[in-house]
Design a protein around this ligand. Structure first.
Ligand code: AKB
Length: 317
């Protein structure tokens, strides 16, 4: 039986991942770890155990791991790319000092660890089209630097101590539940809210800027499938390219207009977001994930758009 701790359980990915894990492993076996001021609400709070877990406090992580006999940790504590540029030291403290704490506790208590990386781990000098699994990673943002370090440190703990660390490089994640905050790819979520509210969308990312994106159900399934994968098949560990769709603002706008013909979009490019977006891949090659653990996403831009518009219309009614 798996006993799982999700650190960052009230964030964009954490809130849905916790519920999905509870569905698969049983409500009482999945602890929602949150920081003070970001308490779980509603179903997330009612459906299973929760505990304050500040990733920068190793003793706090260890106490929860011991209390609930945790054997797997999903460590989602991080600042997203744009906000990390305005608070680089805090981004490092949460992303890397926090990761050290998680890995040390995992080493002591034999826990498997999933800590996501991102398309942000690549930079200007990375090949941008069909970015290979193993390639140049020289990002210039603090988010990217912390994600490359996450990959290296996670591999280090696997190679040196045998800690079962695994990870994926998430693209921009699109969801209709908890909104993201402070990311470069957030526009691809915000645009759906504008469409459903009948508002014009002002896009902060320029026409022709392609980035990889993914619908939340595929992202959750990817993380859980990788953690369940047969270790003898894994050539890579930290972190796998995973992909399902790549589009620019024009393409997502057109996909929405099929269902909301009156929807309009204009541009007001945000220089920081654009600089970050320009440095990221246009599309990823995810062959290794497909070969080593059968990664196979279910959604494309059109099927995601139908589902997003339907769910958001019901939610915002
Ligand atoms: C961000 O935009 O910062 C994130 C990411 C792609 O890692 N969504």
């Amino acid at each position: 039986m798996k006993h799982i701790l999700v650190i960052g359980a009230t964030g964009q990915i954490g809130s849905e991942l916790t519920m999905e894990l509870r569905k698969r492993y049983g409500n009482s076996n999945v602890v929602a770890g949150y920081i003070s001021g970001a308490e779980p609400q509603g179903e997330l709070k009612e459906s299973g155990p929760s505990a304050i877990v500040d990733v920068t406090n190793g003793a706090m992580i260890e106490a929860v791991v011991k209390e609930y006999q945790i054997d797997a940790i999903y460590n989602l504590a991080a600042l997203l790319s744009v906000v990390a540029e305005s608070k680089p030291m805090l981004a490092w403290k949460i992303g890397i000092d926090g990761l050290w704490n998680v890995l040390e506790v995992a080493r002591e208590h034999q826990c498997a660890v999933f800590t996501p990386s991102s398309i942000g781990s690549f930079g200007e000098s990375t090949p941008h089209v069909q970015t290979p699994q193993d390639t140049i990673q020289r990002p210039r943002t603090m988010y990217g630097i912390s994600k490359v370090t996450t990959e290296l440190l996670s591999d280090y703990y696997y190679n040196k101590y045998g800690v079962d660390t695994r990870s994926v490089r998430f693209p921009g994640i699109i969801s209709n539940v908890t909104p993201p905050g402070g990311g470069t790819t957030d526009y691809a979520v915000d645009i759906y809210y504008s469409a459903v509210k009948g508002e014009k969308f002002v896009c902060p990312i320029a026409k022709g800027t392609f980035m990889d994106m993914m619908y939340m159900p595929d992202a959750l399934n990817g993380a859980i499938s990788l953690m369940e994968a047969d270790p003898s098949r894994l050539v890579h560990r930290n972190a796998f390219n995973i992909a399902s769709m790549s589009f620019d603002p024009e393409m997502i706008c057109k996909a929405i207009q099929i269902h909301v013909p009156s929807f309009e979009m204009t541009y007001e490019v945000d220089p920081l977001k654009q600089r970050i977006a320009n440095s990221w891949p246009d599309s990823l090659d995810d062959t290794c994930a497909r070969e080593e653990w059968d990664w196979n996403p279910a959604f494309n831009l059109n099927t995601m758009t139908v589902d997003m518009l339907e769910k958001l219309s019901a939610k915002l009614k």
